[in-house]
Design a protein around this ligand. Structure first.
Ligand code: GAL
Length: 953
């Protein structure tokens, strides 16, 4: 017997975009027409398959009392129904397009609503869905309206004739999997649900339909030309410009242009016979000229981030406050561009980009990455049957977002291979909107695009591209270059940002890049802190690869963002102290320095002793000036002195308070002189202990026991760090997976062989060999202790033996202290730093608790080192280094940190473990990019370094 599948299930596997929806049009948040938000609590019923239930739930009068409730917008899997699934590029179902599994979680949603009392009786109404994953079938008052796919795109239905004053029943059936899922294989959680707003919009007779605001800027004449094409004719007014024109009629007037740095918007109104729609008009012209992306005639440098929509509790259902928080955080960290990876964002986000000023690459909701597993065979983008769906997605993006000045580039999608469907999208977009450029990274020859775009290209290749030595098609060689993704911000990192920035600033063709990515997609979890892939029992998953952002899931900036802010600062402040001047360079593309005030401060041994304002000329973009600093005040002999110069917001702006630090630089004056300790004290043995100055040692092992009454445990050489995600690297770069290579070599289980404890008149010398089992390489390590009576000096000499083919994770000493809590130090701070992530580390005096020294990477790993530390005080001890050292302290060992899978696995003990490192391995970004550059490698080489200990207080 053969059973026909129900029509309910048929549309799920239909490759067409849907039926019943209105043609796409420009999105706008408000007008004087009535609207009704249907966001709120909805009735919800989850079925395990697409056809488990018939359609009777959509009938008026259906009794849904036994149903659960969910919040719309939202994802049901984050509201206690089913579970989220994380895969990077693998489809979590068998690949057999357009078929989806029989197990297809299906959420029936019901919402009963009344119209407001003043809802106009005449005219039409539309029902708008701003985003539903992955497809929806919709009924109103028992009448089926249609169905649609395209999760992060708007869909509207006409509903006027169906609406009642009270008791409207809206029924929406949402399937987790549909043919559309094959086009939505982005690296993120699979999160079904009605996750963006649902609204009923009144459409009065003569309401505005679609309209296209064309607002260009001529940088030669400083004139803006405005023309609003409108489906429904009307008038356009811009009072500030004295503009009052008919739709379709161009007008040219003097204007101030819109740029991301100077986001000048003019308020206008489009008035059709039935509706007044507020417009926010930004005049700007985007062009590809002389092989460069120019806005208003000037090449731009993208200092960008890739932004997925994310909230740790609500997934991709973002409210306006969260969107604004993203924009404010970006602006305050000098970010000037966003790629909306990998789908058009909530439309309100683009309003914010217009208002606060961010360049936007708006990307279509398209990724078919999982087909790479079968060498792209059957890829929908190269199969004409899918082309209508692709064109529908392109049109829904362009029509919705075309009136945003912030959108300067359209992107066809991400990691979808190549094919005719992409070309069709490109042709359609060009035909509809010739005022923006086209991007698609997968188009390696740039057949359809205007920008040569790559992801994760290494520094040396980027330099070749900058020099024009990379070859490629004739067309590509003439195009500008952007890194649409680089600097993979997974866990500790990314390293090497400054090295990229130097390249971007050196070669015109390199127009910057977009860090991958903005936010960690960790899910708030009662037992785990933040959950990642695998934490919900997924059968296939990619672990914490979903946590690779510059901000933590709760939007606290990670050290990576602080570093990025410094690296991309729009004002460069530098100098070597010679001549008493500092060099200030305006690195904006458009803005002069008039919004900034400058301030100097003078430090003696890290303490600020004097400060004042610094007059700096109003430099145009690209200009520099040598600015005279005041005469430095007197400082004690041997003191380390230097200037710190800051560029601050002179007045509050829309995105930052007055005094907000935009850029800074430090200029050393006199260098540091490390303390010298005369070896005047003689070690003495008594009662099983060696006494030397303030310290006691175990006489048999030479192990340090106390310094000035403070107990010290387990002081010894340490080379292990809990591998970072970048240390662990990616499978496609087996030689750079240092975390794995270190572990294979046994650096996490070093043995410390005691060879000799020597006492002389002036020193206690402990000779050891530190090495892992099973191999013949090792580190001869000599600890030489001397004292001048009150201070204790340790000099560590390390001589590698054998063939060290890998760099070391770290090289230094570690020891345990009881009862340490407050830490203060003179050196780099306030945040963590590593050899290739140290630009933001500011030399000064800093204080912290041990707990606050920790960086809460979602998957615990090495973190929290402070760079260039001259001295540190904690737990009653003061330690000074010669040379300066890397300092870390934590309430667990590196081994415990290494073993932890989530933050909640880290249980503080009574001992604080302190690492004083002579060297740290660079960080790199090889979790999906280049490793630490050679100059940041910590090679196993002979090394000598020393520390002076004394009791403090
Ligand atoms: C890229 C991709 C992103 C993300 C990243 C790694 O290939 O476009 O979506 O997966 O790699 O985190």
């Amino acid at each position: 017997m053969s059973v026909r599948t129900t029509p309910a299930a048929d549309h799920v596997e239909d490759v067409s975009p849907g039926r019943g929806t209105l043609p796409p049009r420009s999105w706008y948040a408000s007008s004087d027409a009535a609207s009704l938000s249907l966001n709120g609590r909805w009735r919800f019923w989850l079925s395990a398959t697409a056809d488990a239930e018939d359609d009777s739930f959509a009938e008026p009068g259906y009794d849904a009392k036994g149903w659960a409730e969910v919040t719309v917008p939202g994802h049901w899997v984050l509201q206690g129904h089913g579970a989220p699934v994380y895969t990077n590029h693998l489809y979590p179902f068998p690949v057999d397009p357009p078929h989806v599994p029989t197990e297809n979680p299906t959420g029936d949603h019901l919402h009963v609503f009344d119209l407001p009392a003043d809802w106009p009786a005449d005219g039409e109404a539309v029902l708008r869905f701003d985003g539903v994953e992955s497809c929806a079938r919709v009924w109103l008052n028992g009448t089926e309206l249609g169905e649609f796919k395209g999760s992060r795109l708007p869909h509207e239905f006409t509903v006027g004739g169906l609406l009642k004053t009270v008791g409207n029943v809206l029924a929406v059936r949402v399937h987790q999997w549909s043919a559309g899922s094959y086009l939505e294989d982005q690296d993120q959680w699979w999160l079904p649900g009605i996750f963006r707003d649902v609204t009923v919009l009144h459409r009065p007779r003569g309401a505005a339909g679609d309209f296209f605001v064309h607002a260009s800027y001529d940088h030669v004449t400083d004139a803006g030309t405005l023309c609003v094409d409108s489906e429904v004719a009307g008038r356009v007014t811009v009072p500030e410009l004295g503009v009052d024109i008919a739709t379709g009629e161009p007008v040219t007037v003097p204007v101030e242009p819109w740029t991301a740095e100077t986001p000048r918007l003019y308020d206008g109104v489009l008035a059709t016979p039935g509706e007044r729609v507020p417009l926010r008009i930004g005049f700007r012209t985007v062009a590809l000229e002389d092989g460069l992306i120019k806005v208003n005639g000037t090449p731009v440098l993208f200092k960008g981030v890739n932004r997925h929509e994310w909230h740790p509790e609500r997934g991709r259902a973002l409210d306006l406050a969260t969107m604004r928080e993203d924009v404010l955080l970006m602006k305050r960290h000098n970010v000037n561009a966003v790629r909306t990876s990998h789908y058009p964002p909530h439309p309100a986000f683009l309003d914010l980009c217009d208002e606060y000023g961010l360049w936007v690459i708006d990307e279509c909701d398209l990724e078919t990455h999982g087909f790479v597993e079968q060498s792209w065979r059957d890829n929908p983008v190269d199969d004409d049957r899918w082309t209508p769906a692709l064109l529908d997605r392109a049109a829904r993006m362009v029509e919705r977002d075309k009136n945003h000045p912030s959108v300067v580039i359209w992107s066809l999608g991400n990691e979808a291979g190549t094919g005719r469907g992409l070309t069709a999208m490109a042709e359609w977009i060009r035909g509809r909107d010739g005022s923006r450029l086209l991007h698609y990274e997968g188009d390696i020859d740039c057949r359809d695009t205007d920008v040569y775009s790559r992801m994760y290209a290494f520094h040396d290749e980027v330099e070749r591209i900058g020099r024009g030595l990379d070859g490629g098609t004739l067309k590509r060689r003439e195009l500008p270059f952007v890194l649409c993704e680089y600097a993979h911000a997974m866990g500790n990192g990314p390293g090497g940002l400054a090295d990229y920035q130097r390249l971007f600033e050196s070669y015109d063709r390199l127009q910057g890049g977009f860090v991958w990515e903005w936010i960690d997609h960790g899910i708030a979890h009662p037992e785990l802190g933040f959950a990642y892939g695998g934490d919900f029992g997924e059968e296939l998953h990619d672990g914490n690869f979903v946590c690779d952002g510059l901000v933590f899931p709760d939007r606290r900036p990670s050290p990576g963002l602080v570093e990025f802010k410094k690296v991309i600062e729009p004002v460069r402040i530098e100098g070597d102290g010679a001549g008493g001047t500092v060099r200030v360079t305006n690195r904006h593309d458009f803005a002069d320095l008039s919004a900034l005030a400058f301030a100097w401060s003078y430090q003696v041994d890290g303490e600020t002793v004097d400060a004042g304002p610094l007059p700096v000329p109003v430099l145009a973009p690209g200009e520099s000036a040598e600015v005279k600093l005041p005469e430095p005040g007197p400082a004690p002999a041997g003191a380390e002195t230097g200037w710190t110069v800051r560029a601050l917001l002179a007045e509050a702006t829309a995105w930052g308070p007055e005094g907000h630090v935009v850029a800074w630089g430090q200029v050393p004056v006199t260098g540091r002189v490390a303390s010298s300790v005369a070896a005047s004290e003689r070690p003495a043995v008594s009662g099983g202990l060696v006494r030397l100055g303030p310290a006691s040692f175990d006489a048999r092992t030479g192990a340090l026991r106390t310094v000035g009454g403070v107990d010290v445990t387990g002081l010894r050489l340490d080379v292990w760090r809990a591998p970072t995600d970048n240390d662990n690297g990616a499978p496609w770069q087996p030689d750079a997976r240092y975390g794995l290579l270190w572990r294979e070599l046994g650096l996490h289980r070093m043995r410390h062989r005691l060879d000799a404890v020597d006492l002389t008149d002036e020193a206690l010398t402990v000779r050891t060999r530190v090495a892992p089992a099973a191999v013949d390489l090792g580190l001869r390590t000599v600890y030489r202790w001397t004292s001048d009576g009150c201070r204790l000096k340790l000099t560590v000499s390390v001589t590698p033996e054998g063939d060290w083919a890998v760099p070391l994770p770290r090289l230094g000493i570690r020891f345990g202290l009881a009862g340490a809590d407050e830490v203060s130090w003179f050196g780099g701070g306030p945040g963590e730093a590593y050899p290739d992530t140290r630009m933001a580390s500011t030399i000064g005096r800093w204080r912290s608790t041990v707990d606050d020294l920790q960086t809460p990477y979602v998957r615990p790993q090495e973190n929290g080192a402070r760079a260039d530390v001259r001295w540190a005080e904690l737990g009653g001890l003061r330690v000074e280094g010669d040379p300066a050292f890397w300092f870390s302290a934590r309430r667990w060992t590196s081994e415990q940190l290494d073993a932890a899978g989530h933050l909640t696995d880290l249980v503080p003990g009574d001992t604080v473990w302190v690492n004083l490192d002579h060297g740290q391995m660079g960080i790199g970004s090889q979790s999906c990019g280049p490793g630490a550059l050679p100059q940041y490698h910590l090679r196993a080489e002979p090394a000598t370094f020393s520390f002076v200990f004394e009791a403090n207080g």
